[in-house]
Design a protein around this ligand. Structure first.
Ligand code: SF4
Length: 346
């Protein structure tokens, strides 16, 4: 009978240490293996050159290293890179490297497909197939860090969880991945350079506050009027704006961290003065800033970017109320790597 080998990266350092003790070896071998896996990015047990051959064979007999594989890499004319990443079971997710003059940002996926059903989003059409494991999230970051060093001569500087999936619906694995990314034994990145972007799951926002996480929070708001938000993000019927507001106030009271609202303005959907008024009111509940994001139409054209006048109205009204607002141009449109476009089309 064939024994199913375990994914070695699902083990904590203590579990690895215990494993070696049970095998009659020294506990510190667990530390060595852990360092190979998470700090040195070993792809096979043979890479672990400070272990004896019999030890490497013993690991090979018991475990697998389920590394992701970048199946296809596309480069946009603006420098953006999109990776189609193959997982060990053959499923594909996408992650994106976004370079600017001063930083390189990785936009990573947390689920294959998505559990939610935002009507403007290409990923929503894939439906959720499964959650990503912590190591699959970590590997996306490592792949982009390598590309950043190779093509831009600098390490990755920022990470946003804004790719495929709702990160708070895969909270434990996202947290474990961030733990590895920020740990000195992993990539040693500052949590302040990591943003988790959610469509707004109130219970989980409160949980993050209780867990005293150190990374930043962004919320895809898109409307501060329940009726409109529900029509474009149907789960808003279950988690209405009042619940979201209360959770965000709780977050700020506990963390003192400002919230970023991601917001797309669409023609005929949320481009009136009443929409801006509602957003201004919502921004008053907790210290926050607004990112107005350029929209990239997906096939059916149901959603269209609002006019420049509508965007200007948003900017001037928000600024008048002393709310920080930035207008974000989309990147990587020509390779379907822009916000809301990730749908495994490559
Ligand atoms: S916008 Fe985000 S949460 Fe909504 S369906 Fe797309 S991936 Fe899921």
């Amino acid at each position: 009978m064939e024994i199913k080998k375990k994914d070695i990266r699902a083990l904590t350092k203590d579990q690895l240490r215990d494993f070696f003790v049970e095998e009659g070896d020294k506990a510190f071998r667990g530390n060595q293996v852990y360092e190979w896996l998470w700090n040195k990015g070993a792809h096979s047990f043979d890479d672990m050159t400070n272990l004896s051959k019999p030890t490497r064979q013993m690991l090979e007999n018991n475990f697998v290293i389920n590394h992701i594989k970048v199946d296809q890499m596309q480069r946009s004319t603006d420098g953006t890179i999109k990776n189609a990443v193959r997982l060990h079971d053959g499923l594909i997710v996408e992650s994106v490297l976004i370079p600017t003059a001063s930083r390189t940002t990785a936009c990573v996926s947390s689920q294959v497909g998505c559990s939610l059903d935002c009507r403007f989003c290409a990923t929503a059409r894939l439906k959720r197939m499964r959650n990503l494991n912590p190591d699959e999230i970590f590997d996306q970051v490592v792949a982009i860090d390598n590309e950043s060093r190779l093509y831009f001569n600098r390490p990755l500087s920022n990470i946003v969880f804004m790719g495929m999936g709702e990160p708070l619906m895969n909270y434990n694995n996202v947290l474990k991945a961030i733990d590895k990314i920020t740990s000195p034994e992993g990539l040693g990145m500052s949590p302040k350079r990591i943003t988790v972007s959610t469509s707004g799951v109130p219970k989980m926002i409160k949980k993050m506050a209780d867990d005293e996480v150190k990374f930043k929070l962004a919320v895809s708001l898109h409307s501060a009027i329940d009726e409109i938000r529900t029509s474009i993000m149907p789960f808003n019927a279950t988690f209405p704006l009042n619940d979201l507001r209360e959770a965000l106030q709780y977050w700020y009271a506990k963390t003192k961290n400002k919230i970023t609202y991601e917001y797309v303005v669409w023609q005929g959907i949320n481009d009136t003065k009443a929409d801006v008024d509602a957003l201004i009111q919502f921004c008053k509940f907790a210290p926050s800033k607004v990112n107005l994001i350029e929209y990239n139409p997906i096939d059916d054209g149901e959603f269209q970017q609002a006019s420049n006048q509508a965007i200007d109205m948003y900017v001037s009204m928000l600024e008048k109320h002393h709310i920080t607002v930035t207008v974000r141009r989309s990147r990587g449109k020509d390779i379907d790597a822009a916000c809301g476009q990730l749908a495994n089309k490559s």
